[in-house]
Design a protein around this ligand. Sequence first.
Ligand SMILES: Nc1nc2c(c(=O)[nH]1)N[C@H]1C(S)=C(S)[C@@H](COP(=O)(O)O)O[C@H]1N2
Ligand SMILES: [Mo]
Length: 389
Amino acid sequence: MSLIQLPRPESFTSRLRSPAVAARIGVWLAITFGACFLTGLFSHYAQLDDPTWGYPTSPAWGYRLTQGVHVVSGIAAIPLLLVKLWVVFPRLFERPPLRPPSRVLLTGLERGSIAVLVGSSIFQLATGAANAAQWYPWSTFSFRTTHYAVAWVAIGALVVHIAVKLPVIRDAFGSDVDSGHLDREGVRSDSVVSRRALIGGTLAASGLAALATAGGTVSWLRQVSVFAVRSGEGPQGVPINRTAAAAGVTESAADPAYRLWVRVDGEEVASFDLAALSALEQHTEELPIACVEGWSATGSWTGVRISDLLREAGVTERRDVRVSSLQQGGAFSTSELPAEVAADPRTLLALALADEPLSLDHGYPARLIAPNRPGVLQTKWVTGLEVST
Ligand SMILES: Nc1nc2c(c(=O)[nH]1)N[C@H]1C(S)=C(S)[C@@H](COP(=O)(O)O)O[C@H]1N2
Ligand SMILES: [Mo]
């Protein structure tokens, strides 16, 4: 006699918990996971210090779109995953076969792959949602590397799962959603909610979750976007992520002795104070800040082209550039500008936003703004450009 009486699959009698329902919700899960995975790969690539195949600077709104899709599809997957897990939950209590060994092994492998799939999916959606909500409860691991590594685990397990289930999926779609021929034994034929209503309700919940998030990217959705973080206006029409106070630069950024240095192979070749920067040819570009957390906003930025600055400093060849902030330490205090991004005429050292000098929190006296670039790399409070040959 065991102390804890585990339920058996037969303990669950609802007709809603059927492969006919699981397959239909599963298709939408596969679509959202697929979209989330591909856009996530792009985001990871965009944040590499040294993109292997070069980095595209057009369209300027590319990262804004892909990261918006990434966060929206991830949030949309949450209701789908919850209902899918509820539907297949009884199978957790199936007694594994004890022989023959080949069946024990196969069942073990199949269940193991499901455990990996469920675990990695929950991990991805939970850490992603926490990140989009700017909640970083983890200090022991790097969000980006872990979220990236587990993404491969989840997508690999998903592909295996779909391959294993393909016969059931085809069978389910080949027959009516109310057909009972795929059901476990013992399910009752009556239920308060119909299968159609459950599937429809789940898709509606998923769509609502998506809408409630999309306002972080799509401005006319702001009113309905209760989940969208940082969708409200910030100073000069652009939200603030890290403030000058949080970055510890309130004094250094406001210091009249501020200057921008340019170094080549460690040696300073030019230096500009704010007056000298303002005296160089100014350009205005409409470019978005697109945060990896999913919000984005367009600004009208005015400043000096990075390519002009480098030319002024005597750097005539296309080179990768490391951008340094006044901020000391922290992952965002420097960023790498691949040569093709540095050379793009839209890549600016911005001094102004919306025709006003940058606010301290937007990166006064100078910040980087480049097309099609993740927000984390749009370095604020820029004080140096380093070129290595
Ligand atoms: N030096 C520095 N630059 C930074 C950051 C930072 O923490 N420190 N945050 C980055 C992030 S995550 C984003 S999304 C953008 C946001 O810019 P904003 O606050 O002007 O909207 O700045 C980026 N530049
Ligand atoms: Mo960000």
